[in-house]
Ligand binder design. Sequence first.
Ligand code: ZN
Length: 545
Amino acid sequence: MSKTLLKLRPRMRSEWLSILTAAYLLFFMNWTFWSKSSLYLEGHGAALAVLALGLLAAFTALLVTFSAKYLIKPALILFILSAVASAWFMDRFGVIIDTEMIRNAIETNQAEAGHLVTGAFILHLVLFGLLPSLFIAWVEVVHRPILRKLAVNLMIILPCLLVFALAGFSNSGTFIFSIRQHRDWFHTLNPVFPVASAASFLVKQSSEQTIVLQPLGTDAKVVDALPTVQRKPRVTVIVVGETARAKNFQLGGYARATNPELAKQDIVYFPNTSSCGTATAVSVPCMFSVYGRADYSHAKALASEDLMDVLTHAGIKTEWWDNNTGDKSVADRIKKIDFFRSNDPRYCSGGECLDQILVDGLDAWLDKIDGDAVLVLHQLGNHGPAYYLRYPEAFRTFGPDCRTVDFDSCTPETITNAYDNALLYTDHILSEVINRLRDREDRLDGAMFYMSDHGESLGENGLYLHGAPYMFAPEEQTHIPFVLWTAPGLDQSTGIDRACLATNAGEPHSHDNLFHSVLGLMQVKTEVYDPALDIFAKCRSGVSS
Ligand SMILES: [Zn+2]
Protein backbone atom coordinates (compact mmCIF):
# COMPACT_ATOMS: atom_id res chain seq x y z
CA MET A 1 0.00 0.00 0.00
CA SER A 2 1.34 3.46 -0.88
CA LYS A 3 2.25 5.91 1.88
CA THR A 4 -0.56 8.34 1.01
CA LEU A 5 -3.14 5.55 1.16
CA LEU A 6 -1.72 4.48 4.51
CA LYS A 7 -1.94 8.04 5.84
CA LEU A 8 -5.56 8.37 4.72
CA ARG A 9 -6.41 4.98 6.16
CA PRO A 10 -9.34 5.35 8.57
CA ARG A 11 -9.08 3.76 11.99
CA MET A 12 -12.13 2.08 13.42
CA ARG A 13 -12.97 -0.07 16.42
CA SER A 14 -13.87 -3.57 15.30
CA GLU A 15 -17.37 -3.46 16.80
CA TRP A 16 -18.15 -0.25 14.89
CA LEU A 17 -17.09 -1.84 11.64
CA SER A 18 -19.46 -4.75 12.39
CA ILE A 19 -22.33 -2.39 13.20
CA LEU A 20 -21.77 -0.34 10.02
CA THR A 21 -21.71 -3.49 7.91
CA ALA A 22 -24.90 -4.77 9.63
CA ALA A 23 -26.71 -1.56 8.71
CA TYR A 24 -25.37 -1.67 5.13
CA LEU A 25 -26.54 -5.26 4.63
CA LEU A 26 -29.94 -4.77 6.22
CA PHE A 27 -30.89 -1.51 4.53
CA PHE A 28 -29.06 -1.61 1.19
CA MET A 29 -29.08 -5.33 0.28
CA ASN A 30 -32.72 -6.06 1.14
CA TRP A 31 -34.80 -4.24 -1.42
CA THR A 32 -37.00 -7.32 -1.96
CA PHE A 33 -37.38 -7.98 1.76
CA TRP A 34 -38.36 -4.40 2.57
CA SER A 35 -40.77 -4.08 -0.32
CA LYS A 36 -42.47 -7.29 0.82
CA SER A 37 -42.41 -6.04 4.44
CA SER A 38 -44.09 -2.75 3.59
CA LEU A 39 -46.68 -4.63 1.51
CA TYR A 40 -47.39 -7.36 4.07
CA LEU A 41 -47.44 -4.90 7.00
CA GLU A 42 -49.52 -2.30 5.20
CA GLY A 43 -51.42 -0.22 7.73
CA HIS A 44 -49.09 -1.36 10.52
CA GLY A 45 -46.48 1.43 10.35
CA ALA A 46 -45.41 0.92 13.96
CA ALA A 47 -44.82 -2.81 13.40
CA LEU A 48 -42.71 -2.02 10.34
CA ALA A 49 -40.53 0.40 12.35
CA VAL A 50 -40.21 -2.13 15.17
CA LEU A 51 -39.25 -4.80 12.64
CA ALA A 52 -36.48 -2.57 11.25
CA LEU A 53 -35.16 -1.88 14.75
CA GLY A 54 -35.36 -5.54 15.81
CA LEU A 55 -33.58 -6.76 12.70
CA LEU A 56 -30.88 -4.12 12.98
CA ALA A 57 -30.26 -5.41 16.50
CA ALA A 58 -30.17 -9.03 15.27
CA PHE A 59 -27.83 -8.23 12.37
CA THR A 60 -25.58 -6.30 14.76
CA ALA A 61 -25.50 -9.20 17.23
CA LEU A 62 -24.64 -11.58 14.41
CA LEU A 63 -21.82 -9.51 12.92
CA VAL A 64 -20.32 -8.46 16.28
CA THR A 65 -19.91 -12.21 16.92
CA PHE A 66 -17.24 -12.09 14.21
CA SER A 67 -15.56 -9.03 15.70
CA ALA A 68 -12.19 -10.62 16.42
CA LYS A 69 -8.69 -10.27 15.02
CA TYR A 70 -8.10 -12.22 11.75
CA LEU A 71 -11.78 -13.15 11.58
CA ILE A 72 -13.58 -9.86 11.16
CA LYS A 73 -12.41 -8.79 7.70
CA PRO A 74 -12.88 -12.09 5.82
CA ALA A 75 -16.23 -12.69 7.55
CA LEU A 76 -17.65 -9.24 6.76
CA ILE A 77 -16.41 -9.41 3.15
CA LEU A 78 -17.93 -12.87 2.72
CA PHE A 79 -21.29 -11.63 4.04
CA ILE A 80 -21.20 -8.61 1.73
CA LEU A 81 -20.29 -10.58 -1.39
CA SER A 82 -22.93 -13.26 -0.81
CA ALA A 83 -25.50 -10.57 -0.07
CA VAL A 84 -24.67 -8.61 -3.22
CA ALA A 85 -24.87 -11.64 -5.52
CA SER A 86 -28.09 -12.88 -3.88
CA ALA A 87 -29.67 -9.41 -3.98
CA TRP A 88 -29.19 -9.26 -7.76
CA PHE A 89 -31.17 -12.45 -8.41
CA MET A 90 -33.77 -11.80 -5.73
CA ASP A 91 -34.46 -8.19 -6.75
CA ARG A 92 -34.23 -8.80 -10.48
CA PHE A 93 -35.96 -12.16 -10.96
CA GLY A 94 -37.81 -12.64 -7.67
CA VAL A 95 -35.95 -15.90 -6.99
CA ILE A 96 -35.43 -17.30 -3.51
CA ILE A 97 -32.01 -18.74 -2.75
CA ASP A 98 -32.80 -22.00 -0.95
CA THR A 99 -30.80 -25.26 -0.91
CA GLU A 100 -32.42 -26.52 -4.11
CA MET A 101 -31.63 -23.28 -5.92
CA ILE A 102 -28.00 -23.64 -4.80
CA ARG A 103 -27.94 -27.26 -6.00
CA ASN A 104 -29.39 -26.15 -9.32
CA ALA A 105 -26.77 -23.41 -9.67
CA ILE A 106 -23.96 -25.85 -8.92
CA GLU A 107 -25.26 -28.56 -11.27
CA THR A 108 -25.79 -26.24 -14.22
CA ASN A 109 -23.29 -26.00 -17.04
CA GLN A 110 -21.03 -23.12 -18.02
CA ALA A 111 -23.13 -21.92 -20.93
CA GLU A 112 -26.24 -21.74 -18.74
CA ALA A 113 -24.41 -19.90 -15.98
CA GLY A 114 -22.86 -17.58 -18.55
CA HIS A 115 -26.27 -16.22 -19.54
CA LEU A 116 -26.82 -14.97 -16.02
CA VAL A 117 -23.47 -13.18 -15.75
CA THR A 118 -24.21 -10.00 -17.68
CA GLY A 119 -22.35 -6.68 -17.79
CA ALA A 120 -25.00 -5.15 -15.54
CA PHE A 121 -24.48 -7.97 -13.01
CA ILE A 122 -20.71 -7.40 -12.95
CA LEU A 123 -21.23 -3.63 -12.49
CA HIS A 124 -23.63 -4.36 -9.62
CA LEU A 125 -21.03 -6.66 -8.01
CA VAL A 126 -18.29 -4.05 -8.33
CA LEU A 127 -20.33 -1.10 -7.04
CA PHE A 128 -22.12 -2.76 -4.15
CA GLY A 129 -19.77 -5.64 -3.33
CA LEU A 130 -16.22 -5.01 -4.40
CA LEU A 131 -15.98 -1.33 -3.36
CA PRO A 132 -17.36 -1.87 0.19
CA SER A 133 -15.11 -4.95 0.48
CA LEU A 134 -12.05 -2.92 -0.53
CA PHE A 135 -13.04 -0.33 2.07
CA ILE A 136 -13.19 -3.03 4.75
CA ALA A 137 -9.82 -4.39 3.65
CA TRP A 138 -8.34 -0.89 3.77
CA VAL A 139 -9.66 0.23 7.21
CA GLU A 140 -7.26 -0.14 10.08
CA VAL A 141 -9.25 -2.08 12.65
CA VAL A 142 -8.50 -1.27 16.25
CA HIS A 143 -8.76 -4.36 18.41
CA ARG A 144 -8.87 -4.52 22.20
CA PRO A 145 -7.00 -7.13 24.21
CA ILE A 146 -8.76 -10.47 23.86
CA LEU A 147 -10.58 -10.72 27.21
CA ARG A 148 -11.67 -7.11 27.10
CA LYS A 149 -12.87 -7.64 23.51
CA LEU A 150 -14.93 -10.64 24.56
CA ALA A 151 -16.56 -8.58 27.30
CA VAL A 152 -17.30 -5.65 24.96
CA ASN A 153 -18.71 -7.96 22.30
CA LEU A 154 -21.00 -9.59 24.86
CA MET A 155 -22.05 -6.18 26.12
CA ILE A 156 -23.25 -5.42 22.58
CA ILE A 157 -24.59 -8.83 21.59
CA LEU A 158 -26.73 -9.52 24.69
CA PRO A 159 -28.64 -6.20 24.69
CA CYS A 160 -29.08 -6.51 20.90
CA LEU A 161 -30.64 -9.95 21.31
CA LEU A 162 -32.88 -8.51 24.02
CA VAL A 163 -34.01 -5.69 21.69
CA PHE A 164 -34.64 -8.27 18.95
CA ALA A 165 -36.75 -10.41 21.30
CA LEU A 166 -38.70 -7.42 22.65
CA ALA A 167 -39.34 -6.19 19.11
CA GLY A 168 -40.74 -9.59 18.21
CA PHE A 169 -42.93 -9.87 21.30
CA SER A 170 -44.25 -6.32 21.07
CA ASN A 171 -45.99 -7.01 17.76
CA SER A 172 -46.05 -10.79 17.84
CA GLY A 173 -49.68 -11.08 16.73
CA THR A 174 -49.10 -8.98 13.61
CA PHE A 175 -45.80 -10.69 12.77
CA ILE A 176 -47.06 -14.26 13.23
CA PHE A 177 -50.19 -13.53 11.21
CA SER A 178 -48.17 -12.01 8.33
CA ILE A 179 -45.56 -14.77 8.35
CA ARG A 180 -48.29 -17.42 8.12
CA GLN A 181 -49.99 -15.54 5.31
CA HIS A 182 -46.77 -14.93 3.38
CA ARG A 183 -44.39 -17.83 3.76
CA ASP A 184 -41.99 -16.36 1.20
CA TRP A 185 -41.40 -13.25 3.32
CA PHE A 186 -38.43 -14.18 5.53
CA HIS A 187 -36.93 -16.36 2.80
CA THR A 188 -35.95 -13.08 1.15
CA LEU A 189 -34.01 -11.78 4.18
CA ASN A 190 -30.55 -11.22 2.75
CA PRO A 191 -27.93 -12.60 3.33
CA VAL A 192 -29.30 -14.58 6.29
CA PHE A 193 -31.43 -17.00 4.27
CA PRO A 194 -28.98 -17.52 1.35
CA VAL A 195 -26.03 -18.08 3.70
CA ALA A 196 -28.05 -20.48 5.90
CA SER A 197 -29.16 -22.32 2.73
CA ALA A 198 -25.57 -22.61 1.52
CA ALA A 199 -24.53 -24.01 4.91
CA SER A 200 -27.41 -26.48 4.89
CA PHE A 201 -26.54 -27.47 1.31
CA LEU A 202 -22.95 -28.23 2.34
CA VAL A 203 -24.13 -30.33 5.30
CA LYS A 204 -26.54 -32.28 3.05
CA GLN A 205 -23.86 -32.68 0.40
CA SER A 206 -21.32 -34.11 2.82
CA SER A 207 -23.83 -36.51 4.39
CA GLU A 208 -24.76 -37.67 0.85
CA GLN A 209 -21.15 -38.72 0.21
CA THR A 210 -21.66 -41.88 2.25
CA ILE A 211 -24.92 -42.96 0.61
CA VAL A 212 -24.80 -46.51 -0.75
CA LEU A 213 -26.90 -47.23 -3.84
CA GLN A 214 -29.59 -49.89 -3.36
CA PRO A 215 -30.89 -51.94 -6.29
CA LEU A 216 -34.52 -51.49 -7.33
CA GLY A 217 -36.91 -53.81 -9.11
CA THR A 218 -34.40 -56.57 -9.77
CA ASP A 219 -37.38 -58.91 -10.24
CA ALA A 220 -38.55 -56.89 -13.26
CA LYS A 221 -39.45 -58.71 -16.44
CA VAL A 222 -41.58 -58.12 -19.49
CA VAL A 223 -44.78 -60.15 -19.29
CA ASP A 224 -47.26 -59.53 -22.06
CA ALA A 225 -50.76 -59.18 -20.68
CA LEU A 226 -52.27 -60.06 -24.01
CA PRO A 227 -51.32 -63.44 -25.42
CA THR A 228 -50.15 -62.07 -28.75
CA VAL A 229 -48.58 -64.71 -30.93
CA GLN A 230 -46.04 -62.33 -32.30
CA ARG A 231 -45.58 -58.69 -31.56
CA LYS A 232 -43.28 -55.92 -32.71
CA PRO A 233 -40.56 -54.45 -30.49
CA ARG A 234 -41.93 -51.72 -28.25
CA VAL A 235 -40.03 -48.44 -28.34
CA THR A 236 -40.90 -45.64 -25.94
CA VAL A 237 -39.24 -42.26 -26.32
CA ILE A 238 -39.50 -40.17 -23.16
CA VAL A 239 -38.90 -36.51 -23.92
CA VAL A 240 -37.97 -34.67 -20.75
CA GLY A 241 -38.93 -31.07 -21.44
CA GLU A 242 -37.33 -27.96 -20.01
CA THR A 243 -39.09 -24.94 -18.54
CA ALA A 244 -42.27 -25.37 -20.63
CA ARG A 245 -45.35 -24.22 -18.77
CA ALA A 246 -48.84 -25.53 -19.43
CA LYS A 247 -50.28 -22.01 -19.45
CA ASN A 248 -48.68 -21.28 -22.85
CA PHE A 249 -49.63 -24.59 -24.47
CA GLN A 250 -52.24 -24.21 -27.18
CA LEU A 251 -53.31 -27.82 -26.44
CA GLY A 252 -54.32 -26.63 -22.97
CA GLY A 253 -56.29 -23.64 -24.22
CA TYR A 254 -53.65 -20.91 -24.74
CA ALA A 255 -54.97 -18.43 -27.28
CA ARG A 256 -51.82 -18.50 -29.42
CA ALA A 257 -51.02 -21.29 -31.87
CA THR A 258 -47.99 -22.63 -30.00
CA ASN A 259 -48.78 -26.29 -30.88
CA PRO A 260 -49.71 -26.27 -34.57
CA GLU A 261 -47.94 -29.56 -35.29
CA LEU A 262 -48.95 -31.55 -32.20
CA ALA A 263 -52.54 -30.38 -32.72
CA LYS A 264 -52.53 -32.39 -35.95
CA GLN A 265 -51.09 -35.53 -34.37
CA ASP A 266 -53.24 -38.19 -32.75
CA ILE A 267 -52.06 -37.41 -29.22
CA VAL A 268 -53.58 -37.29 -25.75
CA TYR A 269 -52.93 -34.09 -23.82
CA PHE A 270 -53.20 -34.11 -20.03
CA PRO A 271 -54.16 -30.54 -19.15
CA ASN A 272 -53.99 -30.86 -15.39
CA THR A 273 -50.44 -32.06 -14.70
CA SER A 274 -48.10 -30.83 -11.98
CA SER A 275 -44.34 -31.11 -11.58
CA CYS A 276 -42.38 -32.63 -8.72
CA GLY A 277 -40.11 -29.63 -8.32
CA THR A 278 -39.63 -26.15 -9.70
CA ALA A 279 -36.04 -26.73 -10.85
CA THR A 280 -34.27 -29.25 -13.07
CA ALA A 281 -32.10 -30.63 -10.26
CA VAL A 282 -35.20 -31.68 -8.31
CA SER A 283 -37.68 -32.54 -11.03
CA VAL A 284 -35.51 -34.71 -13.28
CA PRO A 285 -34.34 -37.22 -10.64
CA CYS A 286 -37.83 -37.15 -9.06
CA MET A 287 -39.57 -37.99 -12.36
CA PHE A 288 -37.50 -41.16 -12.72
CA SER A 289 -37.54 -42.06 -9.05
CA VAL A 290 -39.85 -44.64 -7.50
CA TYR A 291 -40.76 -42.01 -4.91
CA GLY A 292 -43.64 -39.64 -5.50
CA ARG A 293 -43.33 -35.93 -4.80
CA ALA A 294 -44.56 -36.35 -1.23
CA ASP A 295 -41.80 -38.84 -0.34
CA TYR A 296 -39.02 -37.66 -2.62
CA SER A 297 -35.71 -36.28 -1.41
CA HIS A 298 -32.37 -35.87 -3.14
CA ALA A 299 -30.74 -38.25 -0.67
CA LYS A 300 -33.41 -40.92 -1.27
CA ALA A 301 -32.94 -40.63 -5.03
CA LEU A 302 -29.19 -41.11 -4.63
CA ALA A 303 -29.80 -44.17 -2.44
CA SER A 304 -31.93 -45.99 -4.96
CA GLU A 305 -31.84 -47.13 -8.56
CA ASP A 306 -34.49 -45.54 -10.77
CA LEU A 307 -36.87 -46.21 -13.66
CA MET A 308 -34.04 -46.64 -16.17
CA ASP A 309 -32.47 -49.34 -14.00
CA VAL A 310 -35.76 -51.22 -13.53
CA LEU A 311 -36.29 -51.21 -17.30
CA THR A 312 -32.74 -52.46 -17.76
CA HIS A 313 -33.36 -55.27 -15.22
CA ALA A 314 -36.36 -56.27 -17.35
CA GLY A 315 -34.06 -56.74 -20.34
CA ILE A 316 -35.16 -53.55 -22.12
CA LYS A 317 -32.54 -51.54 -23.98
CA THR A 318 -32.17 -48.11 -22.32
CA GLU A 319 -30.33 -44.96 -23.36
CA TRP A 320 -30.21 -41.30 -22.32
CA TRP A 321 -29.46 -38.54 -24.80
CA ASP A 322 -28.80 -35.18 -23.19
CA ASN A 323 -28.99 -31.68 -24.65
CA ASN A 324 -29.42 -30.04 -21.25
CA THR A 325 -27.34 -29.79 -18.09
CA GLY A 326 -26.92 -33.54 -17.65
CA ASP A 327 -28.97 -36.46 -16.38
CA LYS A 328 -28.66 -35.63 -12.62
CA SER A 329 -27.39 -39.19 -11.96
CA VAL A 330 -30.54 -40.80 -13.40
CA ALA A 331 -28.59 -42.42 -16.24
CA ASP A 332 -25.44 -43.22 -14.26
CA ARG A 333 -25.71 -46.94 -14.99
CA ILE A 334 -26.92 -46.90 -18.59
CA LYS A 335 -25.54 -45.67 -21.90
CA LYS A 336 -25.70 -41.90 -22.22
CA ILE A 337 -24.63 -39.38 -24.80
CA ASP A 338 -24.07 -35.69 -24.03
CA PHE A 339 -25.03 -33.92 -27.24
CA PHE A 340 -24.27 -30.45 -25.91
CA ARG A 341 -20.61 -31.41 -25.86
CA SER A 342 -20.65 -32.30 -29.55
CA ASN A 343 -20.23 -28.70 -30.80
CA ASP A 344 -21.89 -29.71 -34.09
CA PRO A 345 -21.68 -26.39 -35.98
CA ARG A 346 -25.10 -26.93 -37.60
CA TYR A 347 -26.85 -26.68 -34.23
CA CYS A 348 -24.39 -25.56 -31.57
CA SER A 349 -22.76 -22.34 -30.54
CA GLY A 350 -21.43 -21.07 -27.22
CA GLY A 351 -21.66 -24.52 -25.62
CA GLU A 352 -25.39 -24.91 -26.35
CA CYS A 353 -27.26 -26.71 -29.10
CA LEU A 354 -30.71 -26.50 -30.66
CA ASP A 355 -32.89 -29.51 -29.83
CA GLN A 356 -32.89 -30.69 -33.45
CA ILE A 357 -29.58 -32.32 -32.56
CA LEU A 358 -31.53 -34.88 -30.49
CA VAL A 359 -33.86 -35.75 -33.36
CA ASP A 360 -31.17 -36.07 -36.00
CA GLY A 361 -29.69 -39.28 -34.66
CA LEU A 362 -33.09 -40.86 -34.11
CA ASP A 363 -33.52 -42.36 -37.60
CA ALA A 364 -30.30 -44.35 -37.48
CA TRP A 365 -30.94 -45.43 -33.89
CA LEU A 366 -34.52 -46.59 -34.56
CA ASP A 367 -33.41 -48.47 -37.65
CA LYS A 368 -31.12 -50.61 -35.52
CA ILE A 369 -33.69 -51.44 -32.85
CA ASP A 370 -34.73 -55.08 -32.82
CA GLY A 371 -36.09 -55.44 -29.29
CA ASP A 372 -37.93 -53.46 -26.63
CA ALA A 373 -36.26 -50.12 -25.89
CA VAL A 374 -36.74 -46.91 -23.91
CA LEU A 375 -34.86 -43.80 -25.00
CA VAL A 376 -34.83 -40.55 -23.03
CA LEU A 377 -34.33 -37.27 -24.87
CA HIS A 378 -33.48 -34.52 -22.36
CA GLN A 379 -34.09 -31.37 -24.32
CA LEU A 380 -32.98 -27.78 -23.76
CA GLY A 381 -36.55 -26.66 -24.50
CA ASN A 382 -37.31 -23.23 -23.08
CA HIS A 383 -34.28 -22.83 -20.85
CA GLY A 384 -34.10 -19.18 -19.83
CA PRO A 385 -33.28 -16.43 -19.65
CA ALA A 386 -31.94 -16.73 -23.23
CA TYR A 387 -35.22 -17.94 -24.77
CA TYR A 388 -34.22 -16.32 -28.08
CA LEU A 389 -31.34 -18.79 -28.44
CA ARG A 390 -33.67 -21.81 -28.20
CA TYR A 391 -35.21 -21.60 -31.68
CA PRO A 392 -33.89 -21.14 -35.21
CA GLU A 393 -34.89 -18.20 -37.40
CA ALA A 394 -37.69 -20.21 -39.08
CA PHE A 395 -39.53 -20.38 -35.73
CA ARG A 396 -39.38 -16.65 -35.05
CA THR A 397 -43.14 -16.48 -35.46
CA PHE A 398 -44.24 -14.31 -32.54
CA GLY A 399 -42.58 -10.91 -32.61
CA PRO A 400 -40.95 -8.71 -31.77
CA ASP A 401 -38.99 -11.13 -29.61
CA CYS A 402 -36.67 -10.16 -26.75
CA ARG A 403 -33.16 -10.93 -27.99
CA THR A 404 -31.07 -10.39 -24.87
CA VAL A 405 -30.76 -11.96 -21.44
CA ASP A 406 -31.09 -8.50 -19.89
CA PHE A 407 -34.83 -8.49 -19.21
CA ASP A 408 -34.67 -4.82 -18.18
CA SER A 409 -34.22 -3.83 -21.79
CA CYS A 410 -37.21 -5.91 -22.97
CA THR A 411 -40.94 -5.50 -22.42
CA PRO A 412 -42.92 -8.37 -20.85
CA GLU A 413 -44.60 -8.86 -24.26
CA THR A 414 -41.33 -9.37 -26.15
CA ILE A 415 -40.08 -11.77 -23.43
CA THR A 416 -43.30 -13.80 -23.82
CA ASN A 417 -42.93 -13.71 -27.62
CA ALA A 418 -39.45 -15.24 -27.37
CA TYR A 419 -40.72 -17.79 -24.85
CA ASP A 420 -43.62 -18.76 -27.12
CA ASN A 421 -41.30 -19.13 -30.13
CA ALA A 422 -39.22 -21.59 -28.11
CA LEU A 423 -42.41 -23.54 -27.27
CA LEU A 424 -43.35 -23.54 -30.93
CA TYR A 425 -39.97 -25.12 -31.68
CA THR A 426 -40.52 -27.78 -28.99
CA ASP A 427 -43.90 -28.48 -30.61
CA HIS A 428 -42.00 -29.17 -33.84
CA ILE A 429 -39.36 -31.35 -32.12
CA LEU A 430 -42.05 -33.48 -30.43
CA SER A 431 -43.95 -33.85 -33.66
CA GLU A 432 -40.73 -34.92 -35.40
CA VAL A 433 -40.17 -37.63 -32.77
CA ILE A 434 -43.71 -38.91 -33.36
CA ASN A 435 -43.22 -38.83 -37.15
CA ARG A 436 -40.07 -40.91 -36.90
CA LEU A 437 -41.80 -43.51 -34.74
CA ARG A 438 -44.82 -43.54 -37.05
CA ASP A 439 -42.63 -43.99 -40.13
CA ARG A 440 -41.63 -47.36 -38.65
CA GLU A 441 -45.05 -48.60 -37.60
CA ASP A 442 -44.64 -51.67 -39.77
CA ARG A 443 -41.64 -52.73 -37.70
CA LEU A 444 -41.97 -51.05 -34.26
CA ASP A 445 -44.73 -50.27 -31.75
CA GLY A 446 -43.77 -46.74 -30.75
CA ALA A 447 -44.80 -44.36 -27.98
CA MET A 448 -43.78 -40.88 -26.94
CA PHE A 449 -44.14 -39.40 -23.49
CA TYR A 450 -43.47 -35.70 -23.11
CA MET A 451 -43.43 -34.00 -19.74
CA SER A 452 -41.77 -30.69 -18.93
CA ASP A 453 -39.56 -30.69 -15.84
CA HIS A 454 -41.21 -27.55 -14.42
CA GLY A 455 -42.81 -24.34 -15.63
CA GLU A 456 -41.65 -20.73 -15.69
CA SER A 457 -42.70 -17.35 -14.38
CA LEU A 458 -42.86 -14.67 -17.06
CA GLY A 459 -43.32 -11.58 -14.93
CA GLU A 460 -46.47 -12.58 -13.04
CA ASN A 461 -46.28 -10.85 -9.62
CA GLY A 462 -42.84 -9.57 -10.56
CA LEU A 463 -41.41 -13.09 -10.78
CA TYR A 464 -39.22 -14.40 -13.59
CA LEU A 465 -37.58 -17.77 -14.29
CA HIS A 466 -38.30 -20.65 -11.84
CA GLY A 467 -36.99 -22.39 -8.74
CA ALA A 468 -39.43 -20.97 -6.18
CA PRO A 469 -39.73 -23.15 -3.06
CA TYR A 470 -42.54 -25.59 -3.88
CA MET A 471 -44.78 -24.69 -0.97
CA PHE A 472 -45.34 -21.20 -2.30
CA ALA A 473 -44.40 -21.62 -5.94
CA PRO A 474 -46.83 -19.94 -8.33
CA GLU A 475 -48.85 -22.23 -10.61
CA GLU A 476 -46.89 -20.99 -13.64
CA GLN A 477 -43.85 -22.86 -12.25
CA THR A 478 -45.58 -26.15 -11.33
CA HIS A 479 -48.34 -26.60 -13.94
CA ILE A 480 -46.67 -28.45 -16.80
CA PRO A 481 -47.61 -29.87 -20.20
CA PHE A 482 -47.89 -33.65 -20.56
CA VAL A 483 -48.33 -35.15 -24.04
CA LEU A 484 -48.70 -38.82 -24.94
CA TRP A 485 -48.62 -40.47 -28.31
CA THR A 486 -48.97 -44.23 -28.83
CA ALA A 487 -48.92 -46.12 -32.09
CA PRO A 488 -52.18 -47.94 -32.91
CA GLY A 489 -50.20 -51.21 -32.99
CA LEU A 490 -49.05 -50.61 -29.44
CA ASP A 491 -52.59 -49.85 -28.27
CA GLN A 492 -53.62 -53.15 -29.78
CA SER A 493 -50.81 -55.30 -28.42
CA THR A 494 -51.13 -53.88 -24.89
CA GLY A 495 -54.90 -53.40 -24.83
CA ILE A 496 -54.83 -49.62 -24.41
CA ASP A 497 -58.22 -47.99 -24.81
CA ARG A 498 -57.39 -44.57 -26.26
CA ALA A 499 -60.93 -43.25 -25.87
CA CYS A 500 -60.79 -44.08 -22.16
CA LEU A 501 -57.41 -42.32 -21.82
CA ALA A 502 -58.78 -39.23 -23.52
CA THR A 503 -61.85 -39.22 -21.28
CA ASN A 504 -59.72 -39.40 -18.13
CA ALA A 505 -57.04 -37.00 -19.36
CA GLY A 506 -58.50 -34.05 -17.46
CA GLU A 507 -58.01 -35.67 -14.07
CA PRO A 508 -55.07 -34.48 -11.95
CA HIS A 509 -51.78 -36.02 -13.09
CA SER A 510 -48.20 -35.42 -12.06
CA HIS A 511 -44.59 -36.50 -12.42
CA ASP A 512 -45.51 -39.30 -9.98
CA ASN A 513 -47.27 -41.02 -12.89
CA LEU A 514 -44.23 -41.32 -15.16
CA PHE A 515 -42.40 -44.18 -13.39
CA HIS A 516 -45.39 -46.53 -13.21
CA SER A 517 -46.95 -45.56 -16.55
CA VAL A 518 -43.75 -46.35 -18.47
CA LEU A 519 -43.52 -49.70 -16.68
CA GLY A 520 -47.18 -50.33 -17.51
CA LEU A 521 -46.75 -49.34 -21.14
CA MET A 522 -43.67 -51.55 -21.53
CA GLN A 523 -45.58 -54.38 -19.81
CA VAL A 524 -42.96 -54.69 -17.09
CA LYS A 525 -44.01 -56.71 -14.08
CA THR A 526 -42.16 -55.99 -10.84
CA GLU A 527 -42.99 -55.59 -7.18
CA VAL A 528 -42.13 -51.87 -7.36
CA TYR A 529 -44.88 -51.20 -9.94
CA ASP A 530 -47.95 -49.41 -8.57
CA PRO A 531 -50.98 -49.71 -10.88
CA ALA A 532 -52.72 -46.86 -9.03
CA LEU A 533 -50.17 -44.47 -10.57
CA ASP A 534 -50.18 -46.06 -14.04
CA ILE A 535 -52.29 -43.90 -16.36
CA PHE A 536 -52.95 -46.95 -18.56
CA ALA A 537 -54.09 -49.32 -15.80
CA LYS A 538 -57.67 -48.05 -15.79
CA CYS A 539 -57.82 -47.98 -19.59
CA ARG A 540 -56.96 -51.47 -20.70
CA SER A 541 -59.44 -53.57 -22.53
CA GLY A 542 -59.30 -57.32 -22.87
CA VAL A 543 -56.75 -57.63 -20.08
CA SER A 544 -57.44 -59.64 -16.98
CA SER A 545 -55.23 -58.26 -14.28
ZN1 ZN B 1 -35.39 -27.33 -15.74
